[in-house]
Design a binder for this molecule. Structure first.
Ligand code: SF4
Length: 716
């Protein structure tokens, strides 16, 4: 009996992955490479090691690196076809400029492009102040580029308003770690998935979104897998226990588990006494989360809540993983703190198999977090700490007054500031907010309000179509540097082929703009390659939690990546707080902000699918992925479909108070509960963010992408 097929897991994508998995590699057009270049996958944060096959200067194939510690040669469908993105017909290949949005784009030289950009930025700053220029970057660059860009934005351009699209996915995990442990940094390692005896996944469909991690988890023969998710995802189908919670009730569930564990004395008193502060306050705060109340909030039977608490509390090594189900919430940071509380009071941290662990999204979201300049100064230094600012000023050879004393606006606040004309010029790098940012109508209005919009990207995107200046960038496979994956493993990224047309590496574009601004010699003296940035970054990170000082490119390559902080953080129970103790923090469940009503009776959930990535700028150009998943869809419970008189083959629209997602293929399926619907967020032509809200987590500033109230109608 094929269990996977029975569960509906034997999808076309799975078959494709397994088929090519066993082959030597995936090559296109029967072209056999004449050399293979070792690198790291440029899609997700799992950080799989791979080789790019090159023939006649073109990338013609990809195969997994069998010696890489992350993936041992296995790749998912996206990784296996990644070389196809390099040859995409939608690549941005030459700088383009227009004076106004009413005008057509015209070609411009690189020298004129960077000179124009420098002049426009300086003009706007003269008229409206230094912070009237905003910079929004991404988790797609190499760490050397983030470090360079941060220096350029804050010391060269001189704006504090620099942030990245990582605020749309991981800032909640960052905030939660900082509040609980005194610093960012996922404490665990992928090996923990293979060694834990209980694994609790909350809002994390890793079978679709981090497939190689799923394979590592699946290889653990003695695990009990508990999945908390309102949807019956692929991951939930394979769980030992699935908790189909009501949307956004996870925080109440975790507090309820803590309540039961304290009452049952299934907690680690020695660990709490030696390594944490705040137990009494936590104890008081969870008193109200009685099993009956939690059952009411979550919709789960009381027995299931007790069983989950018992499984977790009696585990020798318990692992908690989470992704966007937790982070995409206005209560996300508190939920992360509740997860950390649960791990801390049971001593499930800093040991093999035991960790609270955020599974990151983009290939180098971690690199942005380390290299800083957004929510921290580089090397997890604090803006408000004078000694941290002094240390950086000394390394950089600049007056300490030039180092910012507080963070600038976060990404959603930059967009809000653009709408209010506080930000007048914006530089967007390797991200596509027209599809990825919540509440499309507001975003569009904000971008249209700008005096000057620069979009730097490897692809022609809907966001670039709104720009005044378009800068064509090299992408994965065309440049060098390092990525850090979710387990803090720094891996090498290598150049296999030249970028198309006049496209340049982001690193080169940053140096060129620094030259046009007149700050290149001061900030980047003698720099010509990412290796120069890496050497300075090693000095900046020395002695910090994310210490790169002992790493070299050669050693990183030889080891299949190197984890900063060792395999696990906090093995000695010492945290990055003033007294070395972790903080147990009270958290409070609240209903989500936009409850359904008679006019908008469904709760909209958004998410990903295994074949596609973000806004499909890359995967939408790969024929095999497009064939596997060509159309956007809506998942609806059959009972709701019957009540609305809808049939499975129909096209439907999703309407919220803010906009309409049009022409979705209707899928009637029991994987979503009655009263809920699900839409993947990848498609520009059926933009899920037409319907989502502008509400953000007050601590992390991460948007509440989920739980929008909507109605569903047959498309006209
Ligand atoms: Fe790339 Fe992530 Fe797939 Fe690995 S799991 S091949 S890193 S997309």
């Amino acid at each position: 009996m094929n269990i996977r097929r029975l569960l509906g897991l034997d999808t076309r994508a799975d078959r494709y992955a397994y088929a090519v998995d066993s082959a030597a590699g995936y090559t296109s057009a029967r072209r056999i490479p004449d050399r293979w270049v070792a690198t790291t996958c440029g899609y997700c944060s799992v950080g799989c090691g791979m080789f790019i096959g090159v023939k006649d200067g073109r990338a013609v194939g990809v195969r997994g690196n069998p010696d890489h510690p992350v993936n041992a040669g296995v790749l998912c469908p996206k990784g296996l076809s990644e070389h196809e993105t390099i040859q995409a017909g939608t690549r941005s290949t030459r700088p383009l400029f227009r004076r106004s949005r009413a005008a057509a784009f015209a070609r411009i030289s690189w020298a004129d492009a960077t000179r124009t950009m420098a002049e426009k930025f300086r003009d706007v700053q003269r008229r409206h102040g230094p912070d009237s220029v905003g910079v929004v970057s991404t988790g797609q660059l190499v760490t050397e580029e983030f470090y360079t860009l941060g220096k350029l934005a804050q010391l060269g351009i001189g704006t504090r308003n620099y942030d990245g699209n990582t605020t749309l996915c991981m800032s909640t995990a960052v905030s939660g770690y900082k509040r609980s442990f005194g610093s960012d940094g996922p404490p665990g390692a992928y090996e923990d998935l293979e060694r834990a005896d209980v694994i609790l996944l909350i809002g994390a469909n890793i079978a679709d979104n981090h497939p190689i991690l799923w394979q590592r988890l699946d290889a653990n023969p003695s695990k009990t897998l508990i999945v908390v998710d309102p949807r019956v995802t692929k991951t939930a189908m394979l769980a030992d226990v699935h908790l189909p919670v009501k949307p956004r009730s996870d925080l109440a569930l975790v507090n309820g588990i803590i309540h039961i564990l304290i009452d049952s004395d299934l907690i680690d008193h020695a660990y709490i006494d030696e390594h944490t502060d705040g137990f009494d306050t936590l104890y008081e705060s969870v008193r109200e989360y009685t099993p009956d109340r939690v059952a009411d909030i979550t919709g789960l039977p009381v027995e299931l809540i007790y069983r989950t608490a018992s499984l977790y509390g009696n585990a020798k090594a318990a692992f908690i993983g989470w992704t966007m189900g937790v982070n995409h919430s206005s209560k996300g940071t508190e939920t992360v703190n509740a997860i950390n509380n649960l791990a801390l009071i049971t001593g499930n941290i800093g040991r093999c198999g035991a960790a609270p662990f955020s599974i990151t999204g983009q290939c180098n979201a971690m690199g942005t977090r380390e290299a800083g300049f957004t929510s921290s100064l580089p090397g997890y230094r604090k803006f408000e700490e004078p000694a941290d600012r002094e240390a950086l000023a000394t390394i950089w050879g600049v007056a300490v007054e030039r180092v910012p004393t507080s963070r600038g606006l976060a990404y959603p606040d930059i967009i809000e500031a653009a709408l209010e004309k506080k930000i007048r010029a914006l530089w967007i790098i390797a991200t596509n907010p027209v599809v990825s940012f919540p509440n499309y109508g507001v975003l569009k209005q904000a971008l249209e309000t700008l005096e000057f919009l620069v979009v730097q990207d490897g692809f022609e995107t809907p966001t670039a179509a709104m720009a005044h200046l378009v800068l064509p960038a090299a992408i994965w496979g065309e440049k060098e540097g390092t990525y850090t994956n979710s387990e803090r493993r720094v891996s090498k990224v290598n150049k296999a082929v030249e970028p198309p047309g006049e496209a340049r590496a982001d690193f080169q574009i940053f140096l060129d703009l620094a030259g046009a601004l007149g700050c290149r010699d001061e900030l980047f003296p003698g720099w010509t390659s990412p290796a120069d940035a890496f050497e300075e970054w090693k000095r900046v990170s020395a002695g910090r939690l994310c210490d790169y000082s002992a790493m070299t490119y050669d050693e990183i390559e030889a080891n299949g990546g190197m984890q900063w902080g060792g395999a696990r953080l906090y093995t000695d129970g010492q945290f990055q707080t003033e007294n070395g103790k972790a903080r147990l923090l009270p958290t409070k469940w609240e209903p989500f902000p936009e409850p359904p009503n008679a006019q908008f009776p469904f709760v909209l959930n958004t998410g990903r699918t295994v074949e596609h990535w973000h806004t499909r700028t890359k995967t939408g150009t790969v024929p095999i992925l497009e064939r596997l998943s060509p159309r956007p869809w809506l998942e609806m419970n059959p009972r709701d479909g019957r009540a609305l008189g809808l049939k499975p083959t129909e096209r439907v629209d999703v309407i919220s108070r803010r906009g309409v997602i049009r022409n979705l293929d209707l899928r009637l399926t029991e994987t979503v509960g009655s009263g809920q619907v699900f839409v993947p967020f990848h498609w520009a032509e059926a933009n899920a963010n037409q319907a989502t809200q502008s509400i953000v987590d007050p601590i992390s500033r991460e948007p509440n992408y989920k739980q929008s109230a909507v109605r569903v109608e047959r498309s006209r």
